[in-house]
Design a protein around this ligand. Structure first.
Ligand SMILES: [Zn+2]
Length: 289
C-alpha cells in the first residue's frame, strides 16, 4: 500500500536549534493539514560528521515539543542498496563518469567544466558525477512560486558519489524523497537551490517528484544563518511551549492571548488548523534569541 507522507530529515551532527525547529514544525503542521503521515528520517550517511548521542537528542527534543512521528524512524545508512541501484540505473543511461579533479583544480569554477566527462571506466580515488544538460528544470515552490533552473549553467555535472566513497547528499535525498511515500517536502530555504538537481535525478530514475515548500532562513543579529557553525544554542526541552511560540510567527502563525499557558500538544493542534503556507513570507528573517 502506498502511504503519503511529509518528512523531517535532520543530520545527526548535533542537537536541534530554533532554525531546525522551524523546519520540523512547518513540515509537521503541513502534514497534519494535508492528512499525511509525518516521517522522521535521519540523514546519517556522512558518518565522519555524525556526533555520538545526536540522534537520541534530536528524537528526544522532537518528542518533548509534541512533534510525534509516524512509523519507525528512517535511516539513510540503511538505504545503501537503494542508492547503489540508483547509480546502476544512471550508469545504464550512460549519465555517469569518474572525476579525478582535485578541489584545488576546481576552486574557482562555479560550474563544473566537464573535464572528466570522457572517463567511463572506474578509477580508484575518484568521485562519480552525473552529466546534466541544457533542459530547464521547472517546479513550483509553494512559498517561492515558479522556479526554473538550467543545470548546465548553474552548477554543471554534479557529484553523486563522493571521492571518499560516500553517497552524495543530492542522490540520497532524491532517492528517498522520490520514493512513493514522500509527497510533500517542507524544508529550510537554504536548500531551494538544491531542488533542481534532486528533481533531475528523480526524473532520470522514474521517481515521483514531491511538492516543495522552502521556508524562510532564520539568521542571527549578524545576518548569519542559525546553525551549529554559528553556535546557535541547542533547544532546551523544558521550554518546549515557549520554543514553539518563538518560531510560530515565522510560519505566519500569531497565537491569540492566553496561549502562553498551553502545552506543546495544544499549540500544535491550534497550529494545524491555522497553518497556511501561503502566509509564510519568502526570504530570510532575523531571529532574536
Ligand atoms: Zn573532473
Amino acid at each position: 500500500m502506498i502511504q503519503h507522507a511529509g518528512r523531517f530529515a535532520p543530520s545527526p551532527t548535533g542537537p536541534l536549534h530554533h532554525g531546525s525547529l522551524l523546519a520540523a514544525t512547518a513540515s509537521y503542521l503541513d502534514a497534519r493539514r494535508q492528512g499525511l503521515q509525518w516521517w522522521v528520517r535521519i540523514d546519517d550517511l556522512d558518518s565522519p560528521r555524525v556526533a555520538s548521542g545526536a540522534e537520541d537528542s534530536i528524537l528526544r527534543t522532537l518528542d518533548a515539543h509534541g512533534l510525534h512521528w509516524d512509523g519507525p524512524v528512517q535511516r539513510q545508512s540503511l538505504h545503501i542498496d537503494r542508492y547503489e541501484a540508483a547509480l546502476t540505473e544512471l550508469s545504464r543511461q550512460k549519465l555517469l563518469f569518474y572525476c579525478s579533479c582535485s578541489r584545488q583544480t576546481l576552486a574557482d569554477a562555479q560550474v563544473y567544466p566537464g573535464t572528466c566527462r570522457h572517463r567511463h571506466r572506474p578509477v580508484a580515488d575518484t568521485a562519480i558525477r552525473v552529466r546534466v544538460d541544457e533542459a530547464p528544470i521547472r517546479f513550483h515552490d509553494l512559498i517561492h512560486g515558479d522556479q526554473s533552473e538550467i543545470l548546465s549553467r548553474s552548477c554543471g555535472d554534479f557529484v553523486v558519489r563522493r571521492r571518499d566513497g560516500f553517497i552524495a547528499y543530492q542522490l540520497a535525498t532524491a532517492v528517498d524523497d522520490g520514493s512513493d511515500a514522500i509527497t510533500r517536502v517542507v524544508r529550510g530555504g537554504d536548500l531551494l537551490d538544491n531542488t533542481a538537481r534532486q528533481i533531475y535525478l528523480m526524473q532520470h530514475l522514474g521517481l515521483q517528484v514531491p511538492t516543495y515548500a522552502h521556508l524562510p532562513v532564520l539568521v542571527d543579529s549578524h545576518g548569519r544563518k542559525l546553525s551549529k557553525q554559528t553556535s546557535a544554542p541547542a533547544l532546551n526541552d523544558r521550554n518546549a511551549a515557549a520554543n514553539l511560540l518563538a518560531v510560530f510567527p515565522f510560519l505566519g502563525l500569531n497565537p491569540p492571548a492566553g496561549t502562553r499557558e498551553w502545552s506543546p500538544g495544544e499549540l500544535l493542534d491550534w497550529g494545524a488548523v491555522e497553518f497556511d503556507l501561503a502566509r509564510i513570507p519568502p526570504g530570510s528573517a532575523t531571529f532574536r534569541l
